[in-house]
Design a protein around this ligand. Structure first.
Ligand code: SAM
Length: 283
């Protein structure tokens, strides 16, 4: 099997995992009920860093069960969510209909997006647990640039790449266990581990996860011609990555013993060059 075929087969196996998790998450994500109650589920950081989305066309990559997509719709964006899990897309559509919101959901791998969508967007957004599922970051960077209008904005909120390397092997103590830098093969984690949103659910599928460092993320976007506007790091995270993490609100988790010492999350905003700028760029 060629390396490319091996990566595709790992991705296909991940699709089965995400179909399983989407079913679990409809019952386990607190965001589903918060949306039903009309509450805000987007974080004040992303709301501030993206700014006013009213009337803007927003493409949400790896939208999962559509919770964030629908939250952006409530803020007035014209939203399209894409995800390769048919179960996740069906959940997102059910939630949209239940909430009576306008949103389009498309079942596709990000790598096949050009075969199903042709329009351009003002904002491309992706967040919370997306990068490790991507086998080719250059192709990802290029499709973000291709789907944006000139001057369009890409925004992401994601767990910090340093967390790929760290595990809590003894209670409360983080150690370097995995490589930080990109590996040619995905790491394989066997079935049987707990779901991150419902620890009582034991997963019936393995996961295959690609490791990307900060340099690789930024370089992929810059190689695609995106201009970095902000890159911020935070010491809180959107899920319980380590058992000793604590949370006051059940949505944001911290490592009290490492407060202010370890970055847990980053946000990034990058802009596609505007039409005027592109027309004077030397060939
Ligand atoms: C952790 S979830 C994204 C988080 C989401 N923002 C949330 O918390 O609701 C990761 C999503 O990526 C999707 N995914 C993984 N690989 C993909 C690919 N190649 N193309 C499209 N979606 C993919 C999965 O189906 C899953 O829904």
């Amino acid at each position: 099997m060629s390396t490319q075929d091996k990566h595709r087969s790992a991705e296909e196996s991940n699709r089965g995992l995400w179909n399983e998790m989407a079913r679990v998450h409809m019952g386990a994500y607190p965001e589903v009920d918060l949306l039903r109650q009309g509450r805000e589920i987007l974080d004040e950081i992303e709301l501030r860093e993206i700014g006013d989305v009213r009337g803007k066309r927003l493409l949400h990559l790896q939208c999962h069960i559509g919770t964030d997509t629908l939250a952006w719709a409530r803020h007035g964006a014209i939203v399209t969510g894409v995800d390769f899990s048919p179960v996740a897309i069906a959940c997102a559509e059910r939630l949209r209909d239940e909430l009576g919101l306008e949103a389009r959901f498309v079942e596709t791998s990000v790598y096949d997006l050009r075969t199903v969508l042709s329009e351009r967007f003002d904002i491309v957004y992706t967040s919370r647990g997306v990068l490790c599922w991507l086998r080719d970051l250059d192709a990802w960077g290029q499709l973000i640039a291709d789907f944006l209008v000139p001057d369009g904005v890409f925004y992401m909120m994601e767990s910090h790449p340093i967390l790929n390397a760290l595990e809590e092997e003894s209670p409360g103590v983080l150690s370097f266990v995995y490589p930080y830098f990109h590996l040619p093969e995905p790491m394989r984690f066997e079935a049987g581990g707990p779901d991150y949103a419902d620890p009582d659910h034991r997963l019936g599928h393995p996961s295959h996860e690609w490791v990307w460092g900060t340099g690789e993320i930024l370089s992929a976007l810059m190689r695609a011609g995106m201009q970095l506007e902000l890159y911020n790091e935070y010491d809180r995270l959107f899920f319980r990555r380590y058992p000793s993490m604590t949370s006051e609100d059940g949505r944001w988790y911290r490592l009290p013993q490492y407060g202010g010492m370890v970055p847990l999350m980053f946000t990034l905003r990058a802009r596609k060059a505007g039409a005027a700028e592109r027309s004077v760029r030397p060939r």
